[in-house]
Design a protein around this ligand. Structure first.
Ligand code: HH2
Length: 270
């Protein structure tokens, strides 16, 4: 069901909030805060209490320049957290590794959040949902010189191919993600948000993950010098724009402000 809104566009009421739990020492905005399983589980439960519909558990930072984490270490970080949080909420596993995705599904995850766009066959084989994200290059190199002739067409074309792969491997639930900040300049990110309809029109629900990302600093009074934690206002503003443009899942560090917005929109339509 859709409700009209004040801009004349339409907002899907069924927008889900994906709360982020980074079980890492080095994530770009909260590295080290939830590195211990106990802290990560408590944080995940707090995000659920604040209104998250899904918790995204990750054990490897994909910030620009990040190094790969060995598989054993990634498993050690995420599996106890996935196991515990799956009792309370839908859990997705944010990983680039097939073996970690498979183990997390055995531990209770029902979504493979795949920043490589290559784990469709794994999601299909496990019988779970797949978030297929676009990235130009890998975290080591992706922000050195991102280049596109037409970023919107190239990202939309790549995501359309993911839909073909999803149907080839029997993935019934697919989310398409433009990969904000993954091999993109600030201008590329803004163009993708401005033309999100090119991606929503592909027919699958769209996930947007822009929380605290550095391109927001270019719009901020704090400028590039501001810390990621100082980008919460810009995050909320940009996420509202993404929802208005038709995004169906929003990935955030801070759940509460977005929950307030979505509840308000729902109440306005009721
Ligand atoms: N962004 C990050 C990680 N995973 N997954 C999807 N689907 N979309 C995104 O935009 C996305 C993602 C980066 O954010 P974060 O997890 O907070 O940082 P880090 O990779 O440093 O842990």
């Amino acid at each position: 069901m859709r409700y009209g809104c004040w801009t004349g566009c339409e907002v899907a009421v069924s927008v889900s909030i994906m709360g982020i739990v980074n079980v890492t020492p080095d994530s770009f905005s909260d590295g080290g805060r939830y590195y211990e399983a106990k802290a990560a589980i408590a944080h995940g439960l707090d995000l659920v209490a604040e209104g998250a519909d899904i918790i995204d558990v990750g054990g490897e930072s994909t910030r620009p320049g990040a190094l790969e984490v060995p598989e054993r270490e990634e498993l050690r970080r995420v599996i106890p957290v996935v196991e515990a949080l799956s009792e309370a909420v839908r859990v997705s596993i944010d990983t680039r590794k097939a073996a970690v995705a498979q183990a997390a599904v055995r531990a209770g995850a029902t979504i493979v959040n795949d920043v490589t766009g290559r784990l469709g066959p794994v999601a299909g084989e496990c019988g779970v949902a797949w978030v297929a994200m676009h990235s130009q290059g890998d975290p080591q190199t992706m922000q050195i010189a991102p280049t596109y002739a037409d970023v919107v067409s190239e990202v939309a074309g790549y995501l359309e191919e993911r839909l073909t792969i999803a149907s080839r491997y029997g993935v019934d639930e697919v989310y398409l993600d433009p990969g904000i900040g993954f091999g993109k300049t600030a201008e590329h990110n803004l163009q993708l948000l401005a033309k999100l309809d090119r991606i929503t029109s592909l027919g699958a629900p769209v996930l947007v993950g822009l929380s605290r990302k550095s391109f927001l600093a270019t719009l901020s009074p704090f400028g590039a010098a501001g810390s990621p934690l100082e980008r919460e206002d810009q995050t909320l503003g940009a996420n509202i724009a993404a929802v208005m443009a038709g995004a169906r899942v929003i990935r955030v560090h801070e759940v509460r402000p977005l929950r307030h917005f979505l509840d308000l929109i729902k109440a306005m339509g009721a």
